[in-house]
Design a protein around this ligand. Structure first.
Ligand code: ADP
Length: 191
């Protein structure tokens, strides 16, 4: 099963992706997690991404497209994958399309978690407080506002891109976490 999870920061994509990863034995591929690991390891990509991420801007498309292209070919993705945090703008969605055609892979569904923007800042600040690793560099109020703006301007159009292909499923991300999981399972049963 090959899936994309879409939704603003704080929508619950990561939590849901982890649950689906276990239930279906497919890999969650979070570009945010991979980039944070690169920053921590001080690789070339990490050095390039560090300040961009701290401000809440997007790292260059070719960086994340390259990461995903390599990653989905690895053996642990043979049952499928969930792209979490990618694609984040229409150019990335187009690059992904071309990449998948090239690799002869078809997407099964794009699942969007719709959440009222007013609750997002509160959710993220709470998550930051509760995180065992402490807050992320981009969890400041200023970077957060910027991340939400970037989402509205650049990522929201990605939903329309997949809607026009007929594979977008929009779910209500304001429900209880277990409810959302159930709805995702219902969608996955149908494909
Ligand atoms: P969020 O909680 O904001 O959704 P992520 O962990 O998905 O956070 O991403 C954190 C940061 O990593 C982003 O603000 C951006 O700087 C960078 N990033 C992650 N994925 C991408 C991507 N597909 N394209 C560009 N930048 C990305």
């Amino acid at each position: 099963m090959k899936l994309i999870f879409l939704g603003p920061p704080g929508a619950g994509k990561g939590t849901q992706a982890q649950r689906i990863e276990e239930a279906y034995d497919i890999r969650q591929l979070s570009t945010g997690d991979m980039l944070r690991a690169a920053v921590a390891a001080e690789t070339e990509i990490g050095k390039q991404a560090k300040d961009i991420m701290a401000r809440g801007d997007l790292v260059p498309d070719e960086v994340v497209v390259g990461i995903i292209s390599d990653r989905i070919e690895q053996a642990d993705c043979k049952n499928g994958f969930i792209l979490d945090g990618f694609p984040r703008n229409v150019a990335q969605a187009e690059a992904l399309d071309a990449m998948l055609v090239n690799k002869n892979i078809a997407l099964d569904a794009v699942i969007e978690l719709a959440v009222d923007p007013d609750v997002l800042i509160g959710r993220i600040l709470k998550r930051a407080e509760e995180s065992a690793d402490g807050p992320r560099a981009d969890d400041t109020e200023e970077a957060l506002q910027h991340r939400l703006r970037v989402y509205e301007e650049q990522t929201a159009p990605v939903a329309e891109f997949y809607a026009s292909k007929g594979i977008l499923k929009t779910l209500d991300g304001m429900q209880e976490m277990d409810e959302v999981t159930q709805q995702i399972n219902a969608v996955l049963k149908e494909i």
